[in-house]
Design a protein around this ligand. Structure first.
Ligand code: GLU
Length: 283
């Protein structure tokens, strides 16, 4: 039996708020209760939005909250070779294609889909000639996963399941049949930063030996595609626990982009870590 291993994996794109505190404490206390390992991973591949100052603040806030984690901390930006290797594995099996479309073009193609159809992008590769010309012109491209090629390769998705010990946003719990087609041909490697979230997170969770993923319900849907990537890359599937998201006094879900009150604000206001931990439901 592998040792219970879980993680908190923030992106340093802003200051942590109470919702992050709840998520980090959920993973940390589950690891402690199981006598297992707690890992902190910095998900900083999006160089257009991540800032070193936010990473420093994350480390400070988590230590203030009483958490400790294994060292060295894995910083995704330092492990591009691992993600490129996984991308190459998918390309070698004909499961990925170059996508030269702009965001606008993707949006237009999706908008022109027949009425009532699920809006999941699956544009497919260009003709070899068209692709060669664009490559010659040096046009930038992203790599997308072909859901249809993946379906063929696996002989359908009916064997793709995962165990949900918490709940999705609609209360999904227990053994869940993954339905990766709902997200369409996701981007594996962005034009600008050379990798994308689903691929990096799936590779890292396996490389770091995660047995249990504990994270917010907003990431429940992401599990469908991450389960598919695990199958295509021959990686193990952890057990998942998606926890409820915290809401502010106004009833709105806490989010960095809505400038939710940060842990730093709470510290400055003189709140003690013990008070905050109790407030979040932890002793
Ligand atoms: N880095 C992601 C975020 O900050 C979390 C990824 C995950 O837990 O799978 O939302």
């Amino acid at each position: 039996m592998s040792v219970f291993t879980t993680r908190f994996a923030p992106s340093p794109t802003g200051l942590l708020h109470r919702g992050h505190g709840f998520s980090a404490l959920s993973a940390f206390s589950a690891a402690r209760a199981a006598g297992g390992r707690f890992i902190l991973r910095i998900e900083d591949i999006d160089t257009t939005r991540c800032r070193p100052g936010f990473e420093t603040a994350i480390l400070e806030d988590l230590a203030w909250l009483g958490l400790s984690w294994e060292h060295p901390v894995r910083r995704q930006s330092e492990h591009m070779a691992d993600y490129l290797k996984a991308l190459q594995t998918l390309c070698d099996q004909g499961l990925a294609y170059r996508c030269f479309r702009t965001r606008r073009e993707v949006a237009m193609e999706m908008a022109s889909a027949p009425h009532g159809q699920v809006q999941a992008f699956s544009g497919g590769a260009l003709s070899p000639d068209d692709e060669a010309q664009r490559l010659d012109r040096g046009e930038p491209f992203a790599w997308r996963l072909s859901i249809e090629a993946a379906r063929t390769r696996l002989g359908g998705f009916s064997d793709l399941t995962f165990l949900e010990e918490g709940a999705g946003l609609d209360g999904q719990n227990g053994w869940i049949a993954a339905d990766p087609a709902r997200t369409g041909d996701i981007i594996l490697a962005r034009k600008d930063v050379g990798v994308a979230y689903h691929l990096a997170v799936t590779v890292d969770d396996a490389l770091q030996g995660m047995t249990n993923i504990i994270r917010g319900q907003d990431l429940f849907e992401a599990t469908h595609i991450q389960r598919l990537l695990q199958a295509l890359l021959g990686l193990p599937t952890p057990v998942y626990r998606h926890h409820p998201l915290l809401h502010g006094a106004d009833g709105v879900r806490l989010a960095k982009r809505h400038n939710a009150e940060s842990l730093q604000d709470l510290r400055t206001a003189g709140i003690s870590p013990n008070t905050l931990r109790k407030d979040l439901g932890f002793d």
